[in-house]
Design a protein around this ligand. Structure first.
Ligand code: 1GP
Length: 233
């Protein structure tokens, strides 16, 4: 069983986006700690299985970040289950989860299930709109979510999510200052080594997504940059 608590860098691949074999090989052999498969739009079981099978050629952890009940499949090392702490709809906090456990609870290997407390902060992102996230939060608000994630709910991960835009490092720093055990993930708009390093000063794990499809050479450089930075603050 892989221990996500030791990871520093993750590449997130979107099943709804094309990636050529050569690029996938570079990503999987980059030294990143894990591949996370997840997205918001057009995630189907077929696309998830196809991408998982391609990633499985390489010896690194492969995680499914669950976005729809219909696209869950066996074969991943771990399953990350987002619960959107700042959603205004119970569906995205625990409603979908309840449906899934009611239907599939007897099949679930709970050792493989890791709940992520999501805090979504880019109001223009698809995921913010889908989940009705209350994104107008300042550092104190996010620090409170961090304390709730760790002290009230004992969540293993707090994920500060700015998908599509680069976030506010002060907010990430403030969240980190309130966490001792819960692992802090940061994702959103990492498209350069400089941004990767800046967020790696505060987050335990930096998640890199879109730049894979836009500038793969810069994406690859984030791996060593993050690994050299995380935990050195
Ligand atoms: C998305 O946090 C990830 O869930 C990464 O975001 O695609 O903006 O890098 P980007």
């Amino acid at each position: 069983m892989y221990d996500f608590r030791e990871w520093k860098h993750i590449f997130k691949l979107d099943p709804n986006k094309e990636i050529k074999d050569e690029a996938l090989e570079q990503i999987c052999e980059s030294g990143t700690d894990a591949i996370m498969i997840g997205g918001t739009d057009g995630v189907t079981l077929e696309k998830v299985i196809n991408l998982m099978a391609r990633v499985r050629r390489y010896p690194l952890p492969c995680v499914l970040e669950i976005s729809t009940i219909d696209s869950i499949t066996p074969g991943f090392d771990l399953y990350f289950i987002p619960s959107v702490l700042n959603s205004s709809s119970r569906d995205w906090i625990l409603g979908q989860h309840h449906l899934a456990v009611k239907e599939f609870g007897h099949w679930i290997n709970w050792q493989e299930m890791i709940v992520e407390g999501y805090c979504i902060l880019n109001e223009n992102s698809k995921v913010a709109q889908l989940t009705n996230a209350m994104t107008k939060l300042d550092a104190e608000d996010v620090a409170a979510y961090a304390q709730m994630a760790e002290k009230m709910f004992h969540l293993p991960i707090l994920y500060i999510e700015y998908s599509g835009t680069y976030g506010n490092p002060e907010i990430v720093k403030s969240a980190k200052n309130h966490l001792e055990n819960t692992i802090l993930f940061y994702g959103g708009g990492i498209d350069s080594v400089a941004k990767a390093c800046e967020m790696a000063n505060y987050a335990d794990v930096v998640v890199v997504g879109n730049v894979i499809y836009e500038n793969i050479s810069e994406a690859l450089k984030t791996v060593q940059a993050v690994k050299a930075t995380v935990g050195n603050d």
